[in-house]
Design a protein around this ligand. Structure first.
Ligand code: ZN
Length: 363
């Protein structure tokens, strides 16, 4: 029997910014820069050319310095056409659009990996959480920022679904429930036997090129040498190329496997039993309308006399309320107490919540 979870931490993109990961806007601006990214240079160069041609043709954008479409707009346009079997302009067939979404997501993973740096603020928070609380995490991020900060503390995520390890790791580690509702960069999925796997330490989706297939490149007239490609065979049914298990920025999110139903159900169960919800760097974006519905449903399940306490941790340099705090006030109304809104980040929250002496803020 598991102990009751008291606090659930809900992590958004702002949490990963503590580990120097770029915002969505910054990611878009870097889509054409393949220098210093991991992987074979010839593949990286072709990837840039394909993404550049796509943005020029569909959005009439040739430089990303000033104006760039949002990732939500890019993915939503791709998904609405591809999922209904339609073209997006004369050149982009549904097949090409599906290839573009794979290649684009690979490029985003490359950019995220390049920028990662450990965060003292996250480490300090997690030390307190692991020592003093019975907590769980719900993450909307694909990156491994949480995993990389838990490992040095002797803790590993329990991903709350029947997922198999790809490599061995110490079984005596402390485990903490972690629901990654949009999948994870270290997960691999078999489209044949439908097993889900995870690598404890590396972004297998990127390093084993799970997004990249030679036939996708040939759709655009490119034939990189076979030596530039790698793949990962399924440990269960042995097909030669595992796939990925992530959901992208889109208003038309595709939760195509049963694992997502399981993960979302587990997340709702965790939220229902917790007395406190702590949002870190999560801005309640409109594209996450399914998750917002899940939050509202879980909040109300035990009746209005048993509502969880809500805390929001964000970053805001001005004196006014940040736009994301305003979104919380609009969505949760009187449940939001001003004493539980931290606009100066994780450091402010840790010092206040765990009654520590004031320390200079770290990033
Ligand atoms: Zn398989």
């Amino acid at each position: 029997m598991h102990k009751k979870i008291n606090t659930v931490y809900i992590l958004g993109a702002g949490f990963s910014c503590y580990a120097a990961l770029p915002t969505q806007q910054e990611i878009v601006r870097q889509l054409f820069n393949h220098q210093e990214l991991s992987g074979p240079p010839d593949i990286n160069e072709i990837l840039t050319a394909i993404i550049r041609d796509f943005l020029a043709s569909v959005f009439q954008i040739r430089s990303l310095d000033e104006h760039a479409p949002t990732l939500e707009d890019i993915y939503t346009c791709i998904d609405l056409s591809a999922q209904t079997g339609h073209f997006l302009g004369q050149a982009y067939t549904p097949k090409k659009l599906q290839a573009i979404r794979q290649l684009l997501t690979h490029r985003i993973f490359q950019i995220l990996e390049k920028r990662y740096q450990p965060s003292p603020a996250i480490s300090q928070l997690l030390e307190h959480v692991l020592q003093k609380e019975n907590s769980a995490f719900i993450s909307l991020n694909w990156d491994m920022v949480l995993e990389k900060h838990l490992a040095p503390l002797g803790c590993r995520p329990d991903y709350q679904c029947s997922i198999q390890p790809l490599t061995d790791f110490a079984a005596d580690n402390q485990r903490i429930p972690v629901c990654k509702l949009h999948g994870s960069a270290n997960w691999a999925y078999c489209d044949n036997c439908k097993y889900l796997f995870f690598d404890p330490d590396t972004q297998t989706a990127l390093h084993d090129q799970l997004f990249l297939f030679p036939h996708d490149f040939s759709l655009f007239g490119y034939t990189p040498p076979a030596a530039s490609f790698s793949s990962l065979a399924c440990p269960h049914c042995r097909i030669p190329h595992l796939s990925t298990h992530i959901v992208t920025f889109s208003f038309r999110k595709n939760f195509r496997t049963n694992y997502f139903s399981c993960l979302w159900h587990q997340a709702e169960m965790l939220l229902q039993q917790a007395d406190r919800w702590v949002f870190i760097g999560y801005s309640l974006p409109q594209a996450d309308y399914q998750f917002k519905h899940l939050l509202k449903s879980a909040q109300l399940i035990m009746g209005e006399s048993h509502l969880p306490e809500l805390t929001v941790i964000t970053k805001n340099n001005g004196k006014e309320l940040s736009p994301s705090v305003v979104r919380y006030l609009r969505f949760f109304g009187d449940c939001m107490s001003s004493r539980n809104i931290y606009q100066h980040g994780i450091d402010e929250y840790v010092a206040n919540h765990y009654h520590l002496p004031a320390a200079p803020p770290s990033v």
